[in-house]
Each structure stands twice: as C-alpha cells, then as structure tokens.
Design a protein. Structure first.
Length: 314
C-alpha cells in the first residue's frame, strides 16, 4: 500500500517541490502550512490531485491529522530577511514545532526527516564544511533565532532517535534556488535575478568577496529523497560544492539574463558568513548522490519564473 506522508511547510519553496516528488513516487501526501512565509500558488497545481490533501495549521500547537508513515519537517521561515522579521515565530517553529512533529512520528511509528541547514556551521573555520564540524554560531546575534532553532531541532531529533528509537534523518541544506523561491524574501539569487530582469541595479552586500555554493532545487530534492530511504540518522550535507563569490554570482546572473544593469554595493548584514561550501563526500558515498545542474544552467531554468515575478513587482 502506498505510504501516507505528512509534509510541514508544504506551501514553501522546498516543501512544495518535496510534495511533488513524493506524489510522483506514488505516496499520498498531507501538506501542512500556516502561510507565514509559504504561498498558496506553490500548491495550486495540486488542487485536482486526489492523493494530495492540504491542511492549514500552525505546527507550534499540538496537532494530529491521523496515521502517517513518514513525516518531512520543512516548516520554518528560511531567508535572513524573513527569519529576522519573524524572530520569535522562527524560534517557536524550530523548538515547539519540531517537538510536536516528533511526537507524531513517535505515536505513529513513522519515519522522520528534518530540514536542517548549513547555518548550523555559522561562520565556519573549517572549509569546506564536513558534517563532523560543530560550527561557529553567534548565539545572540540577529541570525541566532534561525541558527539556534535549527541546532536545537537537530539535538531534539537526535534525542528522539536515541531515547525513543524514532527512525530519523537530518539533512543539512546549503543555499538552494529555483522556481517557487519567494520573490521578496531578500535572498541573493532572487534579488539578483529580479533586478537583472527588470533592469535595476544589482545589489551586492559588502565587497562581494563572501562565498556561497548554490544548489538547483531538483538536485536538492533528489538528494533528500535518497536520504529519506537510507538508514542514516546522523546529519548529511546536501548542496552544490561549487563555490562562488557573491560578486562572481552577480556577474553570472548578468551573463545568463543578458542584463546590462550596474552592480552597486550595500552594507554587509551583521554576522553574514564569510564562506560556505559543503563537503559532500558523505552524500556521494552513502547515497550515490551529487548535483548535476550548474549555476549557469540552473539560472537559465529559473528565468521564466523570475521574469513573471519581476513583472508582478514592477
Ligand atoms: N546578498 C547580496 N545581495 C542581495 C542579497 C544577499 O550580496 O541582494 C548576499 C548576502 O549578504 C550573503 C549572500 O548574498 O552574503 C547570500 O545571502 P542570502 O540572503 O541569499 O542567504 P544566506 O546564505 O546569507 O543565508
């Protein structure tokens, strides 16, 4: 019999792509979201899908939608602009929300996969970042509402695994982009693409020498699906190991869009990590996974979605 899977954060960027992947594997999916940063439009194409059910709910309050076989916990504001705006909500979803969802997994003996993050590494001294690195996170800075909530979640997931024998998985997600990324959440790829497509200046924070490694959404979902079927409970990095300075990334966006905008420099946000690059040796060996879409190709695949976005915001 096909599995009944619960996805929290189902109306979000990754949650909605995950729902699609699970449905295409024959699962029945129950999506939950409170639309604090999610968007109904991300699920609009599933309106007539009989195996998809949507429930509007806030997972920081206990909830129970019946027996499930698997739970993917993807609910949280995720861009620096959103989680600093919604600081307390972010702390709550990453603490009470994680506990509530783990209780459901425990009750129904469901498997559980939690969306963790490269932010667990903070501003890292170890480069590229391996899963065994404990990180360097400022516990009281503006990013702490997200970073510490995600670190608390990892501790909680491991505790349910150790004490209650819940079959859990932790994916540490690095910067990801593609269609359905929120248009106004201030992230670098969405900002740069919308700016380039609408002819406005491209905003680079600081001198643009800080680095990130950008994974296209289809690669990321493939990695997560593989991890969900593995026996691994310890964290696994999923991300694209090709590292870009933000300035190089802005130039790549101009190249792909054919844009001629100027690049302007703005203040670097507090505690903005200086570098980020996943060591994906574990994912390669354990899951036989590695990304296949380059930044150039991924940006091309994203243009249409962001072109519509730049029209709407213009
Ligand atoms: N950034 C930028 N211009 C923008 C938005 C972001 O230069 O319009 C920078 C930001 O300071 C950071 C990097 O791009 O160094 C990635 O930022 P994002 O908000 O996408 O995610 P983060 O990796 O910081 O969580």
């Amino acid at each position: 019999m096909a599995k009944r899977v619960l996805v929290t954060g189902a109306a979000g960027f990754l949650g909605s792509h995950l729902c699609d992947a699970l449905l295409s594997e024959g699962c029945s999916v129950v999506g939950v979201d409170n639309f604090c940063t999610g968007d109904r439009a991300n699920l609009a194409h599933l309106k007539t899908e009989p195996r998809f059910e949507f429930v509007e709910a806030d997972i920081t309050k206990p909830f129970d939608l019946g027996k499930i076989d698997y739970l993917f916990n993807f609910a949280s504001p995720a861009s620096p602009v959103d989680y600093t705006r919604l600081g307390v909500e972010t702390l709550l979803v990453g603490s009470a929300g994680t506990l509530n969802t783990l209780e459901l997994a425990r009750k129904y003996e469901a498997e559980y996969l939690h969306a963790s993050t490269s932010e667990c590494y903070g501003d890292p001294e170890v480069h590229p970042q391996v899963e065994t690195y404990w990180g360097r996170v400022n516990p009281i800075g503006p990013r702490s509402v997200y970073d510490e909530a995600k670190r608390f979640s990892e501790a909680t997931v491991m505790a349910y695994h150790r004490y209650y024998k819940v079959n859990t998985h932790l994916v540490r997600i690095f910067n990801t982009y593609g269609p359905r990324l929120q248009k106004n959440d201030g992230r670098v790829i969405s900002n740069l693409l919308i700016q380039a497509l609408s002819g406005g200046p491209l905003t680079v924070y600081g001198d643009g020498s800080q680095t990130r490694s950008f994974c296209y959404v289809s690669d990321l979902i493939d990695g997560i699906m593989r991890l969900s079927k593995s026996g691994e409970a310890l964290p696994v990095n999923i991300g694209n190991p090709v590292e870009w300075t933000i300035l190089e990334c802005a130039r790549e966006v101009l190249k792909v869009t054919g844009g001629t905008s100027e690049i302007i420099f703005k203040d670097l946000p507090i505690d903005d990590p200086t570098r980020r690059r996943p060591d994906i040796t574990k994912a390669k060996t354990l899951l036989g996974w590695e990304p296949t879409v380059s930044l150039n190709e991924g940006l091309k695949l994203s243009i249409e979605y962001f072109r519509n976005a730049s029209r709407v915001s213009a």
